[in-house]
Design a binder for this molecule. Structure first.
Ligand code: GN1
Ligand code: MG
Length: 346
């Protein structure tokens, strides 16, 4: 029996009519596009979940189901990708080898971008993420689980980073010296974070948790958003986690791992488009106190993601897949470059 046979069977698919192609998108899970053998049309996205990163994948599915329910009344149609149940009514399938799988319908005619070429795309994407926040803000965040504990908590990320520095080899410390210096220079971001989250005026809400360009599905050849993908980190959080992630991932026109530092340029018009798009979805969603945190959002997320990549380099590249030994160092450097360029902007 072929490896995919029990998976196809569990989800009620006719395996003989499908072909499987590995997708390169995403760092964490392994994804496959399932297409019709004859027409070559993409029909499904099958994912093997990374259960080292997500120790309780059932929590993702719990949150995803809740989110889809609260979006049901959105009369403009699908905003979040859906999943297909197994023939037993479950939302995950566990293979004999212990691997855990989920299946999603491929959104017809959709394409995604690793980075945005125009500020209109950034505006449309931010507006879609904003709309998702507004719709999810109807739900009670305490009904949702943390799919990875303290995932967005900068205090934890800083601790993990400091531990990695303390344990790293001399060679790695030497290679990372410039970036370690930058991390010290920006440690005020962590101090500010402490006081921001201690303030009662900031409210927990349900966030998407990974608002990058590639998680927005556009109608081919247009700026129309068909759906938002990746339900993994839908969980309780603060609005600035999502807004910060958009700034972090959309302001630059290169990919996250651009080797040429001179190409890592912070595009002001994109920054404005992101904030406008996100806020246009619903100005009233944020209170006055939260609105004052808008300038902090980008710094917070750029600093945190820089620390995460740097930590992983110092630990010997154990979390993010790498194509060469300094890959995470390059990723971290790019986040710091954007963080530096963001300073002084509101
Ligand atoms: C990871 O797997 P993917 O590409 O959706 C990561 C995000 C990072 C992102 C950086 C669970 O997302 O937090 O922002 O890489 N997800 C997890 O590209 O760690
Ligand atoms: Mg993700």
């Amino acid at each position: 029996m072929k490896f995919f046979t029990p998976i196809a069977h569990a989800f009620g698919l006719d395996e003989d009519k499908l072909q499987y192609e590995k997708s390169v998108s995403g760092h964490i899970h392994q994804s496959f596009i399932l297409s019709d053998k004859q027409s070559k049309q993409a029909l499904w996205v099958l994912q093997k979940l990374n259960t080292h990163v997500f120790k309780h994948p059932e929590l993702i599915m719990h949150n995803w189901e809740l989110a889809l329910k609260s979006l049901e009344d959105d009369d403009e149609g699908i905003l979040l990708v859906h999943f297909k149940r197994t023939t037993n009514g479950g939302n995950l399938f566990t293979h004999n080898d212990g691997s855990v799988w989920r299946l999603m319908p491929f959104v017809k005619g959709a394409i995604s971008h690793e980075s945005f070429a125009t500020s209109q795309q950034a505006f449309a994407a931010a507006q879609a993420y904003g709309k998702l926040s507004v719709l999810l803000s109807e739900s009670d965040p305490s009904d949702y689980e943390e799919t990875i504990p303290a995932f967005h908590d900068l205090r934890l990320r800083l601790q993990q980073y400091e531990q990695a520095v303390a344990r790293a080899s001399n060679q790695r410390l030497k290679q990372a010296a410039n970036l370690i210096h930058l991390a010290d220079r920006f440690d005020w971001v962590a101090a500010d974070y402490e006081s921001v989250v201690r303030d009662d005026n900031i409210r927990l809400m349900v966030i998407h948790g990974d608002c990058k360009p590639s998680n927005v599905l556009f109608k081919n050849n247009s700026d129309d958003v068909l759906a938002i993908a990746d339900p993994d980190t839908i969980m309780p959080g603060y609005f600035f986690y999502d807004l910060g992630d958009m700034v972090r991932s959309m302001v630059c026109d290169t990919t996250e791992d651009e080797p040429d530092a001179s190409k890592v340029i912070f595009r002001n018009d994109f920054y404005e488009a992101i904030k406008n798009g996100y806020l246009q979805a619903d100005e009233k969603m944020l209170n006055e106190h939260e609105k004052q945190l808008i300038p902090f959002a980008g710094s917070y997320m750029l600093f945190m993601q820089a620390l995460r990549f740097l930590t992983d380099f110092l630990k010997g590249n154990v979390y993010y897949p790498v194509k060469y030994p300094e890959h995470n160092l390059v990723r971290a450097r790019n986040q710091f470059l954007l963080l530096e360029q963001l300073q002084g902007k509101s």
